[in-house]
Design a protein around this ligand. Structure first.
Ligand SMILES: [Zn+2]
Length: 186
């Protein structure tokens, strides 16, 4: 199932309090805090279509009789995942070669770099063969088809580029890491 993934841009930034973060997601209406499917998976809240911008029409929202746009038949779900023992490389089956954040050239030896990192989680150093810029694997431009995360939210089903998180949602999530969040698609 296709998913929109939201996670801290720097995967070493871990939310200080995930319980408070989930409570806040319920307070702003992304999820229904009183409607757990499981402990870590939630039905979406009434404000979901305002916090997530669908680029086409949103297929399963209907207005109630008062016309205030209540979500009545929404099949979307939000889950919170924690990668347990080390930072995870979360990758789409449509993953493309990443780009150098400095010169934008496609990174050719990225699979070798990932293999080194799997063998040694501290081996995040990377040097661009085109412009010699040095960067962390974590901040390569993975073209929204992959990324690294310790903790992430998944919203599904959402096809790649079907919807984007609004600035307000990214800002609310950023309060719990004091840093920026990013998104990509599986
Ligand atoms: Zn470069």
């Amino acid at each position: 199932m296709h998913k929109l993934i939201l996670c801290p841009r720097d995967p070493t930034d871990i939310p200080c309090d995930t319980i408070a973060m989930v409570a806040n997601l319920a307070a702003i209406g992304l999820i229904r805090g009183d409607m757990h499917i499981t402990d870590q998976s939630f039905e979406v809240g009434d404000n979901f279509p305002r916090l997530i911008s669908f680029l086409g029409c949103f297929p399963v929202i209907s207005s109630d009789a008062s016309g205030n746009g209540q979500v009545t038949a929404n099949l979307h779900r939000v889950s919170l995942s924690t990668v347990s023992d080390r930072i995870g490389f979360i990758v789409s089956d449509k993953q493309q070669a990443p780009r150098c954040p400095s010169c934008r050239q496609a990174v050719t030896a990225w699979e070798e770099a990932i293999d080194r990192w799997w063998a040694d989680p501290a081996a995040t150093d990377w040097t661009c063969s085109a412009c010699e810029a040095q960067a962390s694997l974590y901040i390569l431009d993975w073209r929204q088809t992959a990324g690294f995360a310790s903790v992430y939210l998944a919203i599904y089903p959402i096809h790649p580029a079907e919807a984007v998180p609004g600035e307000r949602l990214l800002a609310e999530l950023g309060k719990y890491t004091q840093s920026a969040w990013q998104y990509y698609y599986l």
